[in-house]
Write a protein that binds this ligand. Structure first.
Ligand code: PLP
Length: 403
């Protein structure tokens, strides 16, 4: 029996849940589109979508139907057997990424982990093992040992050492350093085409050019971490092609399952050729429920949602730039599509609280950056509703802290 309705969930969390999250003191019980509702029916406009996950918004009828149907049919069989949805999903992802093989897992970090492992596996199979990884300042790739080892911020790494050795971090603005760091010892370079957690920082075109040139020169593999910025988030399917990058491996997650946990690592033929049965695995990875969610998401993306993201994204960008032109505390507006960061001239945590007081959900990343990752289904009307709330929240905090 669940005690959910008898006990205050915030108090119970404080007693029994590992205290690794700084949760806001609000409990959501339902959602519809871009809105979340508390038990008492208070409506909040959601511009963070479960950190870029609820791509189809909340309570999406098509997803709900597909999941209900799938749950009643078959949820999980493990990877001991075939089922009809995993290979279909792999072929759909192959068609949109150009990377012909997929490994399914349950999160972005696991997708990154698989990319790191199979980069080394590739070099091992060549008979010329390479262990090194090159990653970038402000990168974030997840919390597992491998993923956190290529994550830049010391705050995520420090308490967990020793980490995976052989990682070099480079400033993406320093093309000479990029060229110097990528060598014949480098198994792979891992890059987020738009860095998310690190502060919504698009990788400069010069950095992308330097990465591509150094990979060509040294043979180092290229891993694109498109967990946050991929799968339509920017109004384009992926952001690597926008930078002229052709990755050998790609990590996906977040939007793919529209809320059902699923991650995918995608591989070029030559990297995939090194993989042997037993090399890697996941009990849940690519089960029927998760694949059904991802196929439903891809159907929606194909069926007009991608164009909607591009249009809504332009509308959002115009609004954000207008706010920035009126509010000098905003130092920079960065991003694309429905992925935006506002660099503020002071810590941004209070703005997140002030927005929530106005029933607007946003998030802070990298201390001074407000991040917006609305659901792909957000309407222009909802954007018009959100923008004044955001402007008021920033204004109130700036005014109070300037006093
Ligand atoms: N890679 C990127 C670019 C991310 O933004 C994240 C999560 O924020 C991850 C990997 C890790 O994903 P997950 O939290 O699903 O493990």
């Amino acid at each position: 029996m669940t005690t959910m309705n008898l006990v205050d969930p915030i108090a119970l969390d404080a007693q029994h849940v590992l205290q690794v999250y700084r949760r806001a003191p609000v409990v959501f019980e339902s959602g519809k589109g871009s809105a979340l509702f508390t038990k008492t029916g208070e409506r909040y406009l959601d511009l963070i979508s479960g950190v870029g996950v609820a791509s189809l918004g909340h309570g999406h009828p098509g997803l709900a139907r597909a999941l209900a149907e799938q749950s009643a049919t078959l949820i999980h069989t493990s990877n001991l057997f075939h089922h009809p949805l995993q290979s279909e999903l792999a072929s759909r992802l192959s068609a949109i990424t150009g990377l012909p093989r997929a490994f399914f897992c349950n999160s972005g970090a696991e997708a990154v982990e698989a990319c790191l492992k199979f980069s080394r596996r590739f070099w091992h199979a060549q008979g010329t093992p390479r262990a090194g990884f090159v990653a970038f300042d402000h990168s974030f790739h997840g919390r597992t040992m491998g993923a956190v080892s290529v994550t830049w911020d010391e705050h995520y790494r420090g308490p967990f050492g020793p980490l995976v050795p052989g990682v070099t971090f480079v400033d993406p603005r320093d093309t000479a350093a990029i060229a110097a760091a990528i060598t014949q010892e480098t198994a792979a370079v891992i890059v987020e085409p738009i860095q998310g957690e690190g502060g919504v920082r698009p990788i400069p075109q010069a950095a992308a050019d330097a990465i591509a040139a150094a990979c060509r020169r040294t043979g180092a593999l290229l891993i694109a971490d498109e967990v946050q910025c991929g799968l339509g988030r920017t109004g384009q399917l992926f952001h690597s092609p926008a930078l002229g990058l052709s990755p050998d491996l790609m990590a996906l997650g977040k939007a793919l399952g529209a809320g059902v946990p699923i991650g995918a690592a995608l591989f070029s033929d030559r990297v995939a050729a090194a993989a042997k049965p037993g090399d890697h695995g996941s009990t849940y990875g690519g089960n029927l429920l998760a694949c059904r969610a991802a196929l439903t998401f891809l159907d929606e993306l194909d069926g007009g949602l991608l164009n909607h993201v591009a249009r809504a994204g332009e509308h959002l960008e115009r609004g954000l730039r207008a706010i920035a032109s009126r509010q000098p505390a905003i130092r920079d507006v960065r991003g694309a599509g429905l992925m935006w960061g506002l660099e503020i001239d002071r810590p941004a945590a209070a703005i997140v609280d002030a927005a929530r007081e106005r029933r607007l959900l946003i998030n802070r990343t990298s201390d001074t950056v407000i991040r917006l990752l609305p659901p792909y289904v957000i309407t222009e009307r909802e954007i018009d509703e959100a923008l004044p709330l955001l402007e008021a929240a920033i204004g109130a905090v700036v005014e109070a802290s300037d006093k």
